[in-house]
Design a protein around this ligand. Structure first.
Ligand code: HEC
Length: 167
């Protein structure tokens, strides 16, 4: 009983001490780097970061589709589309280029074709549509002066600790 009480008291003391220390650390940081004090709320992913995420999903998408794991394929395509939404949100006018306006005209049609191939579970159509999407990636890169960023079919699995084949 007595021990229990002490434990509880200690927990409360510990909690208060930690919160105070954390607050103090936050205040100190705010004094030195005001721009960092609210970093979590101000965070916005850079264009390169978003694209690196899209690239990873693009590679996984290929192995999911060719492996017949259609649920995973749909999931990865959705992630790519979410990445493009992030471009619209965070970089609508990347370096003075109207990216937000370019996304729809360049990517909607190939993305829809790919979605249909996935839904129909048609491997050959999937492979063809996948190339169509990669072409769309390259169209945007070229249009923005990044023709040296050329997207193609992957030749090795990005992560071998995930299963791409149909379960
Ligand atoms: C709306 C235009 C647009 C579309 C669509 C687009 N990209 Fe990009 N991408 C860019 C721009 C702009 C950059 C350069 C970013 C920078 O300078 O940080 C880029 C950069 C990249 C990079 C370079 C990142 C690195 O670190 O090497 C990769 C990889 C990439 N994109 C993959 C893709 C893939 C895969 C797709 C298609 C699924 C795609 N992108 C679709 C505009 C686009």
């Amino acid at each position: 009983m007595w021990m229990k009480k002490m434990n509880r008291l200690f927990s409360i003391f510990f909690f208060i001490t930690c919160s105070c220390l954390a607050n103090a650390a936050g205040d100190a940081l705010a004094d030195i780097h005001p721009e960092l004090s609210d970093a979590s709320q101000n965070y916005s992913p850079g264009m390169g970061e978003i694209m690196a995420g899209i690239q990873l999903r693009h590679a996984k998408l290929w192995y999911a589709g060719t492996g017949g794991n259609w649920k995973l394929a749909k999931y990865e395509l959705d992630e790519i589309l979410e990445g493009l939404e992030d471009v619209k949100k965070y970089h609508p006018d990347f370096e003075g280029r109207p990216l937000a306006e370019m996304i729809g005209p360049i990517t909607s049609e190939p993305a829809e074709k790919l979605a249909k191939a996935i839904q129909a579970r048609q491997k050959v159509l999937f492979m063809k549509s996948f190339d169509g999407l990669s072409q769309a990636c390259n169209t945007c890169h070229t249009a923005n002066g990044f023709d040296f960023i050329y997207i193609q079919r992957p030749v090795t699995q990005p992560f071998t600790n995930q299963r791409y084949k149909k379960l």
